[in-house]
Design a protein around this ligand. Structure first.
Ligand SMILES: O=C(O)CCC(=O)C(=O)O
Ligand SMILES: [Fe+2]
Length: 325
């Protein structure tokens, strides 16, 4: 059985098929996360027809007239529609906002739920069900499938870091996770990196891990030198049937940079593109501080402890013109 194979882009494809030991999958994940911070996952158990249904709904939603999409504009909990160019992920290099529009949804938290008073928690902002009756049930099913897969991968990540079995299952860590499903539509505008125009500007993701599905149009690139002047970018093309997985800043901080939260961007090639990243983050109040397994007197903690909520809100404020906490 092949647990891990290299794709055309040198990014490994890791299979979660039954019949292999947990330790061997964890070892493949450790290698991918320390080298690239990116891998593909195959044999993940997510129904392909559900993925297709989500993309079909995206096509319908983004084809609605602008004023209809603006009826479900992003609220203060970061839910709803974000218009074209509303986000600028890399203000240091971009001359205008990302050439994409999006729609954010999180876990549904009814207004009478005790968590609803927390920032970034609350009911979702749904498109009019008379226009898109299948939107909500499809996206809720898709999100549930993503949470399940993310929890499975989080288990493997614990093993990969040499943590005791069930480490990330402790109360307060992922029992009330911050999850964000993001439906994205890139316009056909060709990016012009030298002019500061990008589908999505260079950034690292902010949470624990991201599960990304894209249509068949390439555009995603990663860069292993976060701070270098002359960055080299490696294409991460779609692999049929697989999800792209990448590590976010929270896990980079927990692991003291052992697992990399790698810089990535989307470069438009002159073709419209749809993608669906799912961001999986720990609980809002979870304190992320260097794991004892990842530091020593000769390798002290590189980051001060931070709560997930504090970190995410800082990032939202600095990249979204329309986000008002
Ligand atoms: O659309 C893509 O391929 C990547 C999107 C992304 O990196 C993000 O939304 O954080
Ligand atoms: Fe990203």
């Amino acid at each position: 059985m092949v647990i891990c194979a290299l794709s055309a882009s040198q990014v490994p494809v890791i299979s979660l098929a039954d019949g292999q030991t947990k330790a061997s999958v964890a070892a493949a994940i450790r290698e991918a996360c320390t080298n690239l911070g990116f891998f593909y996952v195959s044999d993940h158990g997510v129904d392909e027809s559900l993925v297709q249904a989500a993309f079909e709904q995206c096509c319908l939603f983004f084809n609605l007239p602008e004023e209809k999409k603006r009826k479900c504009l992003q609220d203060s909990n970061n839910r709803g529609y974000t218009p074209l160019a509303e986000q600028m992920l890399d203000a240091s290099r971009q001359t205008r906002g990302d050439t994409k529009e999006g729609y954010y949804m999180g876990r549904e938290v009814p207004l009478d739920h005790p968590d609803a008073s927390k920032p970034l928690h609350g009911p979702n902002v749904w498109p009019d069900p008379a226009l898109l009756p299948d939107w909500r049930p499809t996206m809720e099913r898709y999100q549930a499938a993503m949470i399940q897969l993310a929890l499975k991968l989080t288990d493997f990540i614990g093993l990969a870091l040499g943590l005791p079995e069930g480490f990330f299952k402790k109360p307060g860590m992922f029992d009330n996770p911050m999850t964000v499903l993001r439906l994205l539509h890139y316009t056909e505008e060709k990016s012009a990196p030298e002019e500061g125009v990008f589908g999505a500007g260079a950034h690292s993701d902010w949470g624990m891990l991201t599960l990304l599905k894209t249509d068949s149009v390439p555009g995603l690139q990663i860069c292993l030198e976060k701070d270098a002047e002359n960055q080299t970018w490696l294409d991460v093309p779609p692999v049929e049937g697989a999800f792209i997985v990448n590590i976010g800043d929270m896990l980079e901080r927990w692991s003291n940079d052992l697992f990399r939260s790698t810089l990535h961007r989307v470069v438009g090639r002159g073709q419209e593109r749809f993608s669906i990243p799912f961001f999986f983050e720990p609980n809002f109040d979870c304190l992320v501080e260097c794991l004892p397994q990842c530091c020593s007197p000769s390798n002290p903690a590189k980051y001060p402890p931070v709560t997930v909520g504090e970190y995410l809100m800082g990032k939202l404020k600095s990249t979204h013109a329309g986000y008002k906490a």
